[in-house]
Design a protein around this ligand. Structure first.
Ligand SMILES: [Zn+2]
Length: 392
């Protein structure tokens, strides 16, 4: 009998491991005591879970759960599988019924509160999820609940609450806290600049830069430059461009349109020289079109064509091809122009359809660059250089 219980325990451990639970929290003694053999549904559920089929595992577990309503762990397992299947209301009903029991241990109560918070979160009832996560602050699930609350507050753009959670957290307990604090101050700076509240924006930029150094973020530098450019202090932005190039050269793809939009005919030649240097050092930047427009308007058309041709060889891309097709007309006989225009139209239409910034965390694609992914909530998960979508 002892040997029999031993392999039963192993099977149950495996079952809950497959469910993604901490086996240590599971107490299945009720089931084992109540029967002389393992319920058949368990073995079936285990088999399905090991085959990766959670649907069939849930179907096998439901009758076992009905026969053992007293078993907290089993009910909890079923509710977790229901939640995964999107049946949030059933999962919530089970967890609420379990939490209403008087005989729960402190550990079980904590675990069930965490499960119920996840039910509400996944169901999109953020206010109820928040209340349950908040009930876990100060417990052994503090850091976990805090991280979940941060995710909710970021979606709601409730930056004050984000910062309050960060400030009251144990040092080092939260993943990516400096990055979040950096962006919280950046968001505040953006809002202040929109109101032309330059002093308030500067205070947030100072704070963002102090966090940004440890988070290795270039956004505070870009915003500081924008703050300077908006006040006509473009000369002072130059050291910031150098710092951005040093820290994250790809971010120059964000610098170029920002800088060019603040220049006039007198400052453009200097910017053009800088742009040539950047593209020579980083031909992978997808700003060849900006360079060409700038060179054709303020520089040397023949030089633009030579640079684009060199760029095509150094870092071949459709972005560089499109830029090359823009400078060719100035160098070709007029008889070639109609055909060239047609080719250019096809390439540019394809780029307009297919060029996207793509979140490296969840794959979400967007026409504009995001610092905060709208799909997965990740910060700085969009590389600043566009790629071409294969489906376009
Ligand atoms: Zn994402």
């Amino acid at each position: 009998m002892a040997e029999f219980l031993w392999w039963q325990a192993l099977l149950i451990g495996a079952l809950f491991f497959a469910l993604g639970w901490g086996a240590a929290r599971i107490d299945m003694r009720h089931v084992i005591r109540a029967r002389s053999e393992l319920p058949r549904g368990f073995l079936e559920a285990l088999r399905w879970l090991l085959q990766g089929n959670r649907e069939r595992a849930l179907e096998a577990l439901l009758p076992v759960a009905d026969a053992h309503p007293e078993t907290v762990a089993l009910q909890n397992a079923v509710a977790a599988l229901l939640r995964e299947r999107g049946e949030f209301e059933r999962a919530i009903a089970i967890h609420q019924r379990l939490l209403a029991r008087d005989a729960l241990s402190a550990g079980e109560r904590l675990e069930l509160t965490a499960e119920l918070a996840q039910d509400f979160h996944r169901a999109g009832w953020l206010d109820r999820a928040e209340a349950h996560y908040r009930a876990l602050l100060g417990t052994e699930r503090d850091a976990w609940a805090r991280q979940a609350l941060l995710a909710i507050y970021q979606v709601e753009r409730a930056w004050e609450q984000c910062l309050a959670l960060l400030d009251s957290a144990a040092p080092g307990s939260l993943v990516a806290a400096p990055l979040l604090a950096t962006h919280w101050h950046c968001e505040q700076a953006v809002a202040a600049m929109a109101r032309e509240a330059w002093d308030e924006a500067e205070r947030h930029l100072d704070a963002a830069q102090s966090y940004g150094a440890s988070a290795n973020s270039v956004r505070p530098l870009l915003l500081r430059a924008e703050w300077l450019l908006a006040q006509g202090r473009s000369e002072e932005a130059l050291p910031l461009w150098q710092e951005i190039e040093h820290r994250q050269p790809a971010a120059l793809a964000l610098v170029v349109p920002l800088w060019l939009s603040h220049l006039d005919a007198s400052t453009m030649p200097q910017a053009l020289r800088q742009l040539r240097r950047w593209l020579r050092r980083h031909p992978e930047l997808d700003v060849w079109d900006r360079y060409v427009d700038c060179e054709l308007a303020h520089g040397d058309a023949a030089l633009a064509m030579r640079r684009c041709f060199w760029g095509l060889q150094a870092a071949p891309s459709l972005f560089a091809v499109a830029a090359y097709l823009r400078v060719l007309p100035a160098q070709l006989p007029s008889a070639w122009l109609p055909a060239l225009e047609r080719v250019r139209g096809v390439v540019e239409a394809h780029l307009a359809r297919a060029a996207r910034y793509r979140c490296r965390q969840c794959g979400f694609a967007a026409r504009r660059h995001h610092w905060h992914c709208p799909a997965c909530g990740g910060w700085e998960t969009f590389p600043p250089i566009r790629e071409l979508s294969a489906s376009a």
